[in-house]
Ligand binder design. Sequence first.
Ligand code: ADP
Length: 464
Amino acid sequence: LEEVEAARAPFATHEWAARPLLAGQARPQPPEPVANPANPSDQPGTVATASKDDIETALAAATAWDAPRATRAEVLNRVADLYEENFGEIFALLAREAGKTQLDAVAELREAVDFLRYYAANAPERDPVGVFTCISPWNFPLAIFTGQISAALAAGNAVLSKPAEQTPLIAHFAVSLMHKAGVPTSALQLLPGAGDVGAALTSDARIGGVAFTGSTETALKIRSAMARHMAPGAPLIAETGGLNAMIVDSTALPEQAVQAIVESAFQSAGQRCSALRCLYVQEDIAESFTEMLTGAMDALCIGDPWHLSTDCGPVIDDEAHRGIFAHIQQARADGRLMHEIATPNTGTFIAPTLIRVNGIADMKREIFGPVLHLATFGSDELDEVIDAINATGYGLTFGLMTRIDDRVQHVTERVEAGNHYVNRNQIGAIVGSQPFGGEGLSGTGPKAGGPNYLARFSAHVAPA
Ligand code: ADP
């Protein structure tokens, strides 16, 4: 811990400056401030977003990475080394720009490094699609950002990277390290900006494919832009939202289930596409189980993620805060609020909240924050619960807590989800051994961190 503190300390008040990183002269927009979601009086830095000229410069300069397999692998491994060496600066950026707690930041750096080393180890012989646009979200501003780019580069493509508008500083730092490690600037260019920059980078005939993680709504826009402007069959690899459920039956170990639920629903302030949104608890244990769960919620420490004692940081920005807050207020008005805990009154904090629902069908959309919905089911209603979960159309993660062996098979065979978790938390991927990705409205597949994902960045397998 002392080592972490010492490595982070020089960056406690540092101001970063993000700008386009192009293989040519950049003429970006004037710099604007970047916010710290936990602390309105802190400014971690500024961002100069890409102009129309910058987008044109990047498109004209983009050149697929013409280096042998071994060189690409060596360079990607060097990027992983640089990430690890710079952990203090990365943790500081994750806390101050993305509101990540120390626990979340450690996991995120680990995942980013795993992606780099996995794609380096599995880099194919060169058969690139050409120029790939990678559009990433703010909730994993290092791990998903790095995962998309390193997969595209491992296959020898050129990458145009458009990070989320909320997290340009981490992106700029990461791309600087990639260039330092030896990725040519013509093979990797950074174009900070909002949705308009993303739209321009998904509607040009010079682009061969798109990797996207974000909302289902944006994925649909990108698909239609690609159909209008890009070659038929150009790959879109999309990872989108979820409405993830967990079933806890009366044979589950309550302590284990409560721990897993708290981690799955409230870590990262619930801002994970894999996060648990709707918990089904068997009627007979519902009362005592809810009491244990709300007790565990009361013990959570909400606050500035810079402090090591914090369990749950802020949500990303005011807009996210307004949307989640309105959802909670509606539940309060409807008499469905079961439990909430006190929140700090600066920054964009939402306290972990529990809301009663009749079932997952009551949830019309994904609430991307620390809000858990709870429904109960009778001992003969398990198949109805499974049908309701499948009827959402999403299919990302699903959790089951039971000590009945036959039930594990019965339920996991029927619930349509990319990742099933049994008697453990419902969190993310293990790069290599447990790749991550969803079905239906949750994404196009294949799963990130697995062999099929990498293959989609190569020309001979690109058309889905
Ligand atoms: P979120 O709800 O996670 O912010 P979005 O889908 O809005 O999800 O954003 C994910 C990424 O997609 C961000 O980098 C964002 O700037 C980008 N984006 C938003 N709109 C578009 C668009 N029309 N075309 C391409 N990219 C877009």
